[in-house]
Design a protein around this ligand. Structure first.
Ligand SMILES: Nc1nc2c(c(=O)[nH]1)N[C@H]1C(S)=C(S)[C@@H](COP(=O)(O)O)O[C@H]1N2
Ligand SMILES: [Mo]
Length: 241
């Protein structure tokens, strides 16, 4: 644990520990070194060794780090991207990027906070409210949660229906006033403003309305499902600044 940054020492379960004990992710463990070498080479050896083992600072990322639990992610263009909404709904739907871009958008500016400690203040995200897509699909009365899947083929996330309907939860098309770049989960990612950034699934491809919350990728590995910034994952006070 002595290689953890000081701001992580109060955390009950570090990602390094998780990686060790759960033998995680064959995926994470086996692919990370390659990725990391790749990025370190690219950045001239300056990449920070994050305990997720998933790379380092994004060049020109303004403090963002690149995260992917897979070693490569296919690219989706405006012509082959689809976002499906299905499960406990009256009208299952497949949106193209043009469909999504034609819908009314919301722009939010909040701090981005990763659970490992890094933080990017005042980051604009822009997109369609998730609640709009859920209303359009017609959610069944029996539904209680929403599950998100990604075209990287591995990552997943979940929210309760109440959380999913918050006004600060977006299907994001833009970040920092630019179309979402591939590295940041483009063309479309989830953006859950009030929660740690692991809830904001990149490369979003599926929204499935379910009865109950199914833990997502990191939740299965020990992180909180209700990931409120400052009130989860062993932190009991809000970040300062
Ligand atoms: N599909 C996918 N989404 C993901 C992740 C991932 O590995 N795969 N990592 C999560 C975590 S832990 C963080 S901090 C943010 C990082 O977003 P960024 O790469 O745009 O900085 O994405 C979240 N969403
Ligand atoms: Mo994160």
């Amino acid at each position: 644990m002595n290689s953890e940054r000081p701001d992580e020492q109060g955390k009950p379960v570090g990602r390094r520990v998780l990686l060790g004990t759960l033998g995680l992710g064959a995926l994470g463990v086996l692919t990370a070194p390659t990725l990391q070498r790749g990025l370190e080479g690219f950045l001239g050896g300056a990449a920070d060794k994050d305990p997720t083992g998933l790379t380092g600072l994004l060049p020109n990322g303004g403090g963002f780090r690149y995260y992917s639990v897979t070693s490569s992610v296919p690219r989706k263009s405006a012509s082959d991207y689809r976002l499906t909404v299905d499960g406990l709904v009256d009208r299952p739907t497949a949106y193209t990027l043009a469909d999504l871009r034609a819908l009314p958008r919301t722009r939010l500016v909040h701090d981005v906070q990763c659970v490992t400690g890094w933080r990017v203040p005042g980051t604009p995200f822009e997109g369609v409210r998730l609640s709009r897509l859920l209303d359009a699909a017609g959610v069944h009365a029996s539904a209680g949660a929403v599950r998100f899947t990604c075209f990287d083929g591995a990552y997943s996330e979940s929210l309760t229906l109440d959380q999913a309907r918050r006004r600060d939860v977006l299907v994001a098309l833009r970040m920092q006033d630019k179309d979402l770049a591939h590295a940041h989960g483009g063309p479309v990612r989830l953006y859950v403003a009030p929660m740690y950034f692991y809830k904001s699934a990149k490369w979003l491809s599926g929204i499935t309305v379910t009865e109950d919350v199914e833990p997502g990728y990191w939740e299965k590995r020990g992180y909180d499902v209700d990931a409120w910034v400052g009130r989860s994952n062993g932190r009991d006070d809000a970040p300062t600044g």
